[in-house]
Design a protein around this ligand. Structure first.
Ligand code: FUB
Length: 348
């Protein structure tokens, strides 16, 4: 028995060492981490994954999350505090279910939590249309109070909010397949549209969206635009280029004068980046920066703190189930030409 016990421990330790980094928290499941530094502390706004028997499908029905919990740490590598419920779907008047990947921002003494959820409409599958909501708090850990309506003109999911050095704030958003971006391709919602993508591999891929926000941080200042990703020949990446094209999980960061538009390729499981000269792009495709993690989804944020750059990401180390993920962090390194050194989430 003793020998078996020691053997199991050795096996468990061996499995742990396969992963580049370890989960930030083990008491709850977390994913889609949007990290920020507010008043000198690091806050992570993740999805809060929950167990369910709903089978995996193209709509992402198994991602049945209903609330948010915020993570806080003084510095990377130090203990992580898990906040109480920051916002629950039952307190969002317009939302029905599926509180997916959130983000947060701060302006003039108020913290803003941005979140996607399905509204109360019913489509051909009997489920609502994804919209993006906003909630506010005086405390970065929440609780947040939701606005009664989603942001006017918002649709799809995965909001990521970026404030430029000139003080202007932009939201990047969108996601194909379960995120429904393909159903908005004509400009208005097609309730009978595809459940995956445009089904046109030789046409320009669907773009994620970018929109400037008003100073109230609760409304769009303009109509959303395409965040176009250009291939090396200067033409938009094609829909059939599944390892290059935008799928979901937008995140913008600025390094020097360059704007790094980062995103997930979804069904090929890469995190990619493209570089531009303005927050609107166009962005020129530069490659992968994270190889596929364990689990179907891959979604992240990149921030600079303590003089280093960090990637927050997630995998399914704790559960080995696609919909029960755990947030991790690892350092990001850049080459002298500004390209990102490729990260392998497994140690070989
Ligand atoms: O967590 C639910 C969804 O899965 C997110 O919104 C996507 O980015 C993917 O991670």
């Amino acid at each position: 028995v003793l020998t078996l016990g020691v053997g199991s421990l050795a096996l468990a330790q061996d499995r742990q060492t396969r992963y580049l980094s370890q989960p930030l928290v083990r008491s709850i499941y977390t994913a889609d981490p949007s990290a920020h530094v507010f008043a000198g502390k690091i806050y992570v706004y993740p999805s809060h994954d929950v167990p369910t028997d709903i089978p995996d499908d193209d709509l992402g029905s198994e991602y049945a999350m209903h609330d948010y919990r915020v993570l806080r740490m003084d510095r990377i590598g130090e203990p992580v505090t898990v906040g109480l419920v920051a916002l629950d779907v039952k307190d969002v008047p317009w939302a029905s279910k599926q509180m997916w990947a959130p983000d947060a921002a701060y302006r003039n003494g108020t913290y803003f939590l941005y979140f996607p959820a399905r509204d109360k409409a019913k489509d051909k599958h009997g489920v609502g249309t994804f919209r993006i909501g906003v909630a506010t708090s005086k405390n970065p850990m929440g609780p947040f109070k939701a606005e009664p309506q989603p942001i006017a003109g918002s649709y799809s999911m995965d909001p990521a909010v970026f404030t430029d050095s000139d003080g202007k704030t932009y939201m990047y958003f969108g996601g194909i397949w379960g995120g429904q971006l393909q159903r908005w391709a004509t400009g208005s919602f097609d309730p009978n549209g595809s459940d995956t993508d445009l089904l046109q591999d030789d046409k320009p891929a669907l773009s994620g969206k970018v929109v400037r926000m008003n100073a109230d941080m609760k409304s769009f200042a303009e109509a959303p635009r395409d965040a176009v990703i250009l291939d090396s020949d200067g033409t938009p990446v094609k829909g059939g280029a599944h390892d290059k094209r935008f799928f979901e999980a937008s995140w913008m960061f600025k390094r020097g004068e360059k704007y790094y538009y980062t995103y997930s390729t979804g069904d090929t499981h890469f995190l990619n980046y493209a570089i531009g000269d303005t927050p609107y792009g166009p962005f020129t495709y530069r490659g992968h920066f994270l190889l596929p993690v364990q689990g179907w989804t891959t979604h992240h944020s990149i921030i600079a703190t303590g003089g280093k750059w960090w990637l927050f990401y997630a995998d399914t180390q704790l559960s080995n189930k696609n919909h029960l993920r755990n947030v991790k962090v690892t350092q990001v390194f850049f080459n002298p030409d500004g390209t990102i050194k490729l990260i392998d989430p497994f140690v070989k």
